[in-house]
Write a protein that binds this ligand. Structure first.
Ligand SMILES: [Mg+2]
Length: 467
């Protein structure tokens, strides 16, 4: 038995704008990209506006529509922030971020643990079948899943201010399809008993990877339009194979029956670390208070960073400070972000939490200060975050490695006190060299392979060994 939760941030771009400017809440809001309204909130949808509508048409339909030009950088950062939170909340689960506003979480292990503890279970949200109360053993896994989905959504709403919808099922396909049933801000659990009832009326093109061309072909050649056309036809597989080939036919037939074995695969390492603060109702009246707030953000960051450094052998090289300002009337808000120069953050793998904290804090404050003195007063700050970006691998050699090298080359079994001192100085030299090479590579934009290896370190090592 598996338990998969699919999460989707409701009308993400529109919601991101509303989170930045609360005065928009309750109004119909559309986000414009080029000539079209690419996303709109549910207030606008209730009045008939769809996705990807020309902005002139949209304004005709809803004269009081608030149209906002898209801010992709903001959406990316908000997305990173939300999913970083998700990763944190679900650190014992598998999390796969899918696009800017969706994620799958495999919570099977956590459910297993909850079941072994045997606490009372509570079901959250909606279900298919609608009035399902007699839970089988397998159903109880999904009931626990609904509890986790609820907690995750509540936490993200409280901590990040975003509404998410969720689907809970025993595979990725079903969890994704069922999410849309109770949008916005709803969650739906699909029990085994309801799988066919739920899938049959859906159009075939709702199935991932079945695009417009394939679905048109299926209609023309097989007369299939809905999932039930496939599941009710005993000759479906041979018809499908003739129309779309064996591989796709097999995939489609399994999908129509709610079968999907694909795994939740966490993708890569996090590209940034971010910590955020909302100042209201506290107003920032002095540099000292601002420093104190930045201090708190950086303390949180440096602790997380130390864990990441030892786990992933990398350090960030840039700080980005984001802030929202609020005008005197308390309503108008503007989003800004200010970045430190490339490579301006110098953290090494050997720094302590305290040292990292100091470096991050100083650079964040300096980065922000340059901007603040130009255009905003401290008391206008509404929300602020500090983020660490542009990670680079630590190439440096550890003391242990260098010590072993020295001892090996010496070809003597006993270790000397002087070996330690020498290993230390060689390590320092080599690490500095790595750092210098890394920086040169960056500034000159030349690939690693093109750099002629500097043999200075080996020379000094040899010099010692020959002695
Ligand atoms: Mg969405």
């Amino acid at each position: 038995m598996r338990v998969i939760i699919h999460l989707d941030i409701d009308c993400f771009y529109a919601q991101a704008e509303i989170v930045q400017d609360e005065s928009l809440r309750g109004k119909p809001v559309g986000v414009q990209q080029n000539q079209t309204i690419s996303t709109c909130n549910y207030e606008a949808r209730a009045r008939g506006l769809g996705k990807m509508v020309n902005h002139v048409e949209a304004r005709k339909l809803i004269p009081d529509l608030v149209v906002i030009q898209s801010h992709m950088e903001l959406y990316r950062e908000e997305s990173a922030k939300i999913f970083e939170r998700l990763n944190h909340i679900c650190s014992d689960c598998l999390v796969e971020i899918s696009g800017i506003d969706e994620a799958f979480v495999d919570v099977t292990e956590r459910v297993n643990q909850m079941l072994s503890l045997g606490n009372e279970h509570v079901f959250y949200g909606h279900s298919v079948p609608t009035s399902h109360k007699k839970y089988s053993e397998d159903d109880l896994w999904l009931v626990r899943g609904s509890e986790i989905a609820h907690q995750v959504r509540e936490t993200i709403l409280i901590e990040c201010g975003y509404q998410l919808s969720a689907g809970v099922a025993n595979n990725k396909l079903l969890s994704k399809l069922v999410t849309s049933l109770n949008k916005p801000f709803g969650q739906t659990t699909l029990f085994q008993l309801g799988v066919n009832e739920f899938l049959n009326p859906l159009m075939l093109r709702k199935i991932p990877k079945i695009g417009r061309i394939t679905s048109e072909k299926l209609f023309k050649e097989c007369g299939y339009e809905k999932i039930r056309d496939v599941t009710f036809d005993s000759n479906a597989l041979s018809k499908l194979t003739r129309a779309i080939g064996e591989t796709t036919a097999l995939y489609l037939q399994s999908a129509c029956n709610g079968v999907d074995d694909s795994k939740v695969i966490p993708k890569g390492l996090k590209k940034s670390f971010m910590s955020e603060f909302t100042f209201l109702p506290v107003s920032i009246k002095s540099t000292a208070l601002l420093t104190e707030k930045i201090n708190i953000l950086c303390e949180d960051l440096s602790q997380r960073l130390v864990r990441d450094i030892s786990k992933n052998q990398r350090t960030p090289t840039r700080v980005i400070v984001r802030y929202t300002t609020v005008a005197n009337n308390g309503k108008e808000r503007a989003y800004r972000s200010v970045s430190s120069a490339k490579d301006s953050l110098s953290i090494t793998g050997k720094m302590s939490v305290g040292e990292i904290h100091k470096v991050v804090k100083e650079l964040s404050f300096e980065t922000l200060k340059n901007r603040l003195s130009q255009e905003v007063d401290y008391h206008e700050l509404f929300r602020m975050s500090v983020g660490l970006y542009d990670f680079s691998k630590i190439n440096g050699v550890t003391l242990d490695e260098m010590f072993n090298r020295v001892a090996q080359k010496r070809s003597i079994s006993e270790t000397l006190d002087s070996d330690y001192k020498l290993a230390l100085s060689l390590q320092k030299e080599e690490n500095n060299l790595e750092l210098a090479m890394m920086k040169r590579r960056r500034t000159e934009k030349i690939p690693k392979s093109k750099i002629v290896q500097n043999n200075q370190t080996q020379t000094s090592l040899l010099r010692f060994i020959k002695k």
